[in-house]
Design a protein. Structure first.
Length: 259
């Protein structure tokens, strides 16, 4: 497995598959590259797909130091540099969409097109999940909390037909300190002031029934990023890209081709 080196010396494991235009795929909070296992192949005919294990996950280093979504974007640049990729399409979902916002804002020359999935601008302008959702995830019964998370990610009908294992509910091998660091990074995210500086063509995608990262964030991002367009997928929850891959995948590919 190839490894890049972050600015602070942390090892960053990354994975490359497919061929064509470079496409950086960014996973959700506390997840490694396996987040994309269910849909990655949809992009491989047209793209050299690039994933990474965020610091704290997978085979990357796990320093017990502050993590930020902006820092994760800098780590992603280190991966692109290690590959010799000057410019790439970027598709980030959930926390990966937060990282992608910083990537496009801080490194405009490196991003040719941007897709932001089930994500938020964060800060005081972002729409937070409600108290009931937070309580369902924080309940002391771990099995019940994990079930609550699954039901936020997928519809009951899909879960009944796909019993798992599910790759979108966290890296089980993460140490506790890294989980805390990821949570704080995502909670501290705020790109509101820099979103208007994003110059890459942008598509915002969200599930209409997403209450984990409320769907109301999609029009906020779309209105804040110049020229951005939005796709709201009816009936989809947080993991729209997997459950509704037959809608989301072609829409994202079409956006990239038109760009």
């Amino acid at each position: 497995m190839p490894v890049a080196t972050a600015q602070d010396g942390t090892a960053l494991s990354y994975q490359v598959r497919g061929s064509g235009e470079p496409l950086l795929l960014l996973a959700g909070q506390a997840n490694n590259h396996h987040w994309w296992d269910g849909v990655r192949e949809d992009f491989e005919a047209d793209h050299l797909t690039i994933t990474l294990d965020y610091r704290g996950t997978g085979d990357s280093g796990k320093p017990d130091a502050p993590y930020t979504t902006r820092g994760f974007a800098t780590d992603a640049i280190a991966v692109l540099d290690d590959l010799g990729v000057d410019r790439a399409r970027v598709y980030g979902t959930s926390m990966g969409g937060r990282v992608a916002q910083w990537l496009a804002a801080d490194h405009p020359g490196r991003v040719t097109a941007l897709v932001l999935g089930c994500t938020s601008p964060g800060g005081t302008h972002g729409v937070e999940r409600d108290a009931e959702v937070r309580r369902s995830l924080a309940q002391p019964d771990r099995e019940a909390a994990e079930r609550a998370l699954l039901e936020l990610m997928y519809t009951p009908n899909w879960l009944s037909r796909h019993p798992g294992p599910h790759q979108t509910v966290g890296d089980p091998a993460m140490p506790a300190h890294a989980r805390r660091r990821h949570l704080r990074a995502s909670a501290g995210h705020d790109t509101w002031d820099v979103l208007p500086a994003i110059t890459a063509p942008t598509l915002v995608v969200h599930g209409s029934d997403d209450v984990f990262n409320p769907a109301a964030n999609a029009p906020l991002l779309t209105g804040r990023i110049p020229g951005a367009s939005m796709l709201m997928i009816p009936g989809a929850r947080h993991a729209y890209f997997e459950e509704f891959r037959e809608v989301a995948g072609p829409a994202v590919l079409d956006f990239f081709r038109r760009g």
